[in-house]
Design a protein around this ligand. Structure first.
Ligand SMILES: Cc1ncc(COP(=O)(O)O)c(C=O)c1O
Length: 410
């Protein structure tokens, strides 16, 4: 096929994809606007073919990685923090869990490792437990959706290698009681991970804007690792997250080193071997293009848009916002009447989708999930107008399909 045929065929395949370009998608793609696209597309072309597998061959990528990690460590108040870029939140979490298991094994001789995990923590932690053979001790959430510290206290034991909290957690967008959870981990010399995949490039700028932010970063004693995704509200294209360790000494548990191969000495900090250069270079580019001022501006837009969404949703009697969102995430559920939910939010999600708006579905409780970002700002009033129309339209509908959509299955 020639170039024209290829472009035509691929464009045709995209017909049913969500249209994030118009700000109508609440998640998955985060849009910093046309000027940022222009920069990122030029950088993507420049680094399209390079490989960060061996930074001796591509020293530029080694420098790019350490500069991005350094910027992130400064933002997260980790003066001695050290880390690596990964391909995304899941890979950062996998490596944080692997590092905790390794530290528990090396320093405390733990052979049956356990992880204390709020039920709100991202599914990637269960994936890590499955991959690395770790027992999960599940912590319930309180009525405000934050992890229940008392319940966590009862679950920590000498086999605990990791305690987890999120800032904010994905389902309802609240920040767990990080200082209390981190102290629990420290009490048995275990790692504590703050999952700031969502908040890592939002909360620091909220603080600069004078917004209230619960403690979550390296200023909290006992926090040993933090994940922060540049490909979410850092506005980089996909494939870029940072995993930071409080110190270089703790970071060594992340890296796999092997010196008994006919191919020579092998060392790798990631799940991946060959690593795409494009996301790394784009992450560097967006951080430098937006700068602190740019991120503050986008964070202000995001928070104002979130506030309009929360206000608009709560103005509709049949709807409610779940919990009190602390950053950019909003979960929309049906209000409860005497006979249960006043409408079917999944039917509402379908009606919105028919008008070009996209929410992920989640449960329990049945809710539509929104990760609000600056790209949604120009169309939030149109969204609220369509939301009211859709509520009227589906008032009496109940769908049989209760499945949620955060998955790739074939
Ligand atoms: C809190 C949190 N952690 C981790 C992840 C996983 O990130 P990724 O999808 O980049 O692997 C997400 C994704 O939404 C998230 O919200």
């Amino acid at each position: 096929m020639d170039k024209a045929e290829i472009l035509e065929a691929l464009a045709a395949k995209r017909g049913d994809d969500v249209r994030w370009q118009g700000g109508r998608t609440f998640g998955m793609v985060y849009d910093a606007g046309p000027e940022a696209h222009d920069v990122l597309e030029a950088v993507a072309t420049m680094f399209l073919h390079d490989n960060a597998l061996n930074t001796a061959a591509f020293p530029s990528l080694g420098r790019i990685q350490s500069e991005v990690v350094g910027i992130t460590a400064d933002l997260l108040h980790g003066p001695d923090a050290a880390g690596f870029l990964t391909s995304g939140g899941t890979e950062s979490i996998l490596m944080a869990v692997k590092a905790a298991r390794q530290r528990g094994r090396d320093e405390r001789g733990i052979t049956e490792p356990e992880m204390v995990l709020p039920v709100s923590a991202h599914a990637a932690f269960h994936k890590a437990a499955h991959y690395f053979g770790i027992e999960v001790r599940k912590v319930p959430v309180r009525s405000d959706w934050r992890a229940d510290v008392d319940a966590a206290t009862a679950l920590v034991n000498p086999n605990t290698v990791l305690v987890v909290g999120s800032a904010p957690q994905y389902p309802q967008g609240v920040i767990d009681p990080i200082p209390e959870l981190a102290a629990l981990a420290a009490s048995v010399d275990a790692n504590f991970h703050t999952d700031a995949c969502m908040g890592g490039f939002v909360l620091p700028f909220m603080e600069m804007l004078g917004e209230p932010v619960a403690p979550w970063d390296f200023r909290v004693e006992g926090v040993t690792t933090i994940s922060a995704d540049i490909h979410k509200l850092g506005y980089a294209p996909k494939g870029a997250s940072v995993l930071l360790h409080r110190t270089k000494a703790l970071r060594r548990y992340q890296t796999f080193v092997f010196d008994d191969w006919l191919g020579g000495f092998y060392a790798s900090p990631n799940m991946q071997g060959t690593r795409a250069a494009l996301p790394m270079a784009c992450a560097w580019a967006i951080l430098h293009h937006l700068g602190t001022d740019g991120y503050q501006r986008l964070t202000r837009l995001t928070l104002d848009t979130r506030d309009r969404m929360v206000e608009g949703v709560r103005a509709i009697p049949e709807l409610d916002v779940v919990g009190e969102p602390e950053a950019q995430i909003v979960a929309i559920a049906a209000a409860e009447g005497e006979a249960g939910a006043l409408l079917d939010v999944f039917a509402l999600g379908d009606a919105l989708q028919a008008r070009g708006w996209f929410h992920d579905r989640q449960k329990p409780p049945d809710a539509l999930h929104a990760t609000v970002s600056a790209g949604n700002a120009p169309v939030i009033e149109n969204y609220l107008a369509d939301l009211a129309v859709c509520v009227d339209e589906i008032r009496h509908q109940r769908l049989d399909d209760r499945s949620t959509s955060y998955a790739t299955l074939e």
